[in-house]
Design a binder for this molecule. Structure first.
Ligand code: 16G
Ligand code: MG
Length: 559
């Protein structure tokens, strides 16, 4: 590092002191904390993003959001060149940077890291970081901190993309690095045109939307998702999207609204009531990377019927499997391309959904919790569908399969939509453009759900009846050190502390259809317990017993 670079870093970092007595960790989805604690962290993540861009020779994204956390929190995360999450290999560096006590320490860390990674800081190499933020009031000032971090690396520029959903920024990073159109307008156009293409390919007997089924009411969590959905809906024809709880409506972000609230509490969000009974409703989270659907029942209990990420996955799987079978039946040997379809879930997936997917003959894979793990696994297939029950998920298409679809659909003369096989190829290609290939995206997920329901001629009730969820319960237990819990087999088995798994097995064995696992949270200082059984009462008792076991093995030691 030359003198100019050194003094630039020392000068700018002296303006951002790290908070005293707080240890920050990049965690499952970036740094999150009360916004007042974050300027120095965001500034330092700006430095990291610029270095990552130098290292990869590609554009990097930096998103300022704390997703479903309360409005006074904020956070920061990185999008890698392919639009995915930051390489896990860089996470320890992110932690070290955020916690460096002084500008001098920071400089030493950076020097060591660039030497180890072989990053050329010659002042000639160019780096670019795209910056985005959600609607949180602290976002503006934190974006400025990020900009200062990026530009404290000689040769690096920061491009402010404005207020965005998290998946929009990931999409833009991916598109820019592929050398294709990457503005926000391009995003909206790609989504809406592929949606219209799928609408045009709906079988004729099902294409008549009846007045009831063409409407979806969406809870925007008082955040950025609602704002963007309003732009998107103006580009659609037949589908009516009513947006409630959008950030400009004045409600508090994530307060009694949004996908996290709806999925965890299973109650009606603000802005919805018994007048919405039976209507198709959906909910986004604060940065619009999570999507769940729900039904308000006729009686005013305040409870909802949740149609969660597992059911979205099942719907996508049915549709895609159907298209693949049309392809295989109709294409004959000359065009055959045996695409490998895989689905990916976590241990939180309801057991009934896993059984259902297996009955469809699908290959079901499990990974630990967190988008980065599911995404990585799904990328191994020609078509990989992944979802967490909480609504994070997308469908990934391999480049070779998209290339095959492109070649196959080019042969179809315009105007004629030909055989079922040809239509299936057109549909799959449109799905690969509609559904965000970088990361789970509530807006593109919503459009895909909507067009598949039209294609099937299904109401939300019909969709919800695919299978019945087993009753489940989630609890959290405060322990002295949550990292003392070490798990294996996609978090389904505890390997340490010794004896805990045996005790859980003994307890679970007492219940019909019992299933239970514990894992340390990646976002809160707790151990989480998940239990499932054939009745709600049994799931509750099982989770309580296992929570007691966790306390016995790892408790705070105060009782
Ligand atoms: C983060 C993850 C989410 C996961 C959740 C689990 C991303 C973008 N988000 O929000 O996938 O379900 O953490 O939280 O990866 P927990 O570890 O506290 O249970
Ligand atoms: Mg989110």
């Amino acid at each position: 590092m030359n003198d100019e670079q050194q003094s630039l870093l020392l000068n700018s970092s002296s303006r951002f002191s790290p908070p005293q007595g707080v240890k920050l960790s990049y965690g499952t989805a970036g740094f999150r904390a009360d916004a007042s604690l974050l300027p120095s962290t965001v500034y330092r993540v700006g430095i990291l993003a610029a270095l990552r861009s130098l290292k990869t020779g590609s554009i990097i994204g930096l998103m300022i959001t704390a997703s479903h956390n309360k409005v006074s929190d904020n956070g920061v995360k990185i999008a890698d060149p392919n639009g995915g999450m930051l390489s896990q290999h860089w996470e320890p560096f992110a932690d070290a940077l955020a916690n460096a006590p002084s500008p001098q320490h920071l400089l030493v860390l950076i020097n060591e890291f660039v030497a180890k990674e072989g990053i050329l800081m010659d002042g000639v190499s160019h780096a670019e970081v795209l910056l985005g933020r959600d609607t949180r009031p602290s976002g503006d000032a934190l974006l400025e901190a990020a900009r200062q971090g990026v530009t404290s690396i000689v040769g690096a520029v920061a491009t402010d993309m404005g207020v965005l959903t998290t998946p929009q920024l990931h999409w833009m990073v991916r598109a820019r690095n592929k050398g294709v159109q990457a503005s926000e307008q391009d995003y909206f156009e790609q989504l809406s045109s592929s949606f219209r293409c799928l609408e045009d390919l709906i079988p004729a007997e099902k294409s008549k939307l009846d007045g009831v089924n063409n409407k979806v009411v969406v809870d925007g969590s008082n955040g950025v998702g609602g704002v963007k959905l309003k732009v998107l809906r103006s580009l659609l024809n037949a589908l009516v999207v009513e947006v409630r709880n959008s950030s400009e409506d004045g409600g508090v972000l994530n307060d009694g609204v949004g996908a996290d609230y709806v999925q965890k509490e299973k109650v009606v969000p603000h802005g919805f009531d018994s007048k919405d009974a039976g209507i198709r409703c959906a909910s986004l989270d604060g940065d619009a990377d999570r999507l769940v659907y729900f039904i308000v029942p006729p009686e005013s209990s305040g409870r909802i019927d949740l149609v969660d990420g597992d059911k979205i996955l099942s719907l996508f799987a049915i549709f895609i499997r159907e298209q693949l079978s049309f392809l295989n039946e109709n294409e004959g040997i000359k065009n055959s391309h045996q695409a490998r379809l895989g689905v990916v879930q976590t241990a939180y997936a309801n057991g009934a959904s896993t059984n259902y997917l297996k009955q469809l003959g699908l290959e079901v894979n499990f990974t630990p919790t967190g988008v980065k793990y599911l995404h990585e696994k799904a990328a191994e297939f020609d078509i990989g569908i992944y979802f967490e029950a909480n609504g994070h998920g997308t469908v990934l298409f391999s480049e070779s399969f998209v290339g095959w679809l492109e070649a196959r659909t080019k042969e179809i003369s315009s105007g004629s939509k030909g055989s079922e096989g040809e239509k299936a190829a057109l549909r799959l290609l449109a799905v690969s453009k509609l559904i965000n290939q970088a990361v789970g995206d509530a807006l593109s997920g919503l459009l895909l759900v909507e067009v598949i329901l039209q294609h099937m001629g299904w109401s939300i009730h019909r969709w919800n009846e695919l299978y019945h969820d087993l009753p489940s319960r989630q609890l959290k237990v405060k322990v002295a050190d949550r990292n003392a819990v070490i798990t294996a087999n996609a978090e389904t088995v505890v390997v340490s502390p010794p004896g805990l798994q045996e005790a859980i097995n003994a307890e679970t064995g007492k219940y019909h259809q019992g299933r239970c696992f514990v894992r340390p949270s990646g976002t809160e200082d707790v151990v989480r317990v998940y239990a499932e059984a054939s009745t709600q009462e049994a799931a509750d008792t099982l989770s309580n017993s296992v929570a007691k076991l966790v306390d016995q093995f790892l408790g705070l030691g105060s009782s």
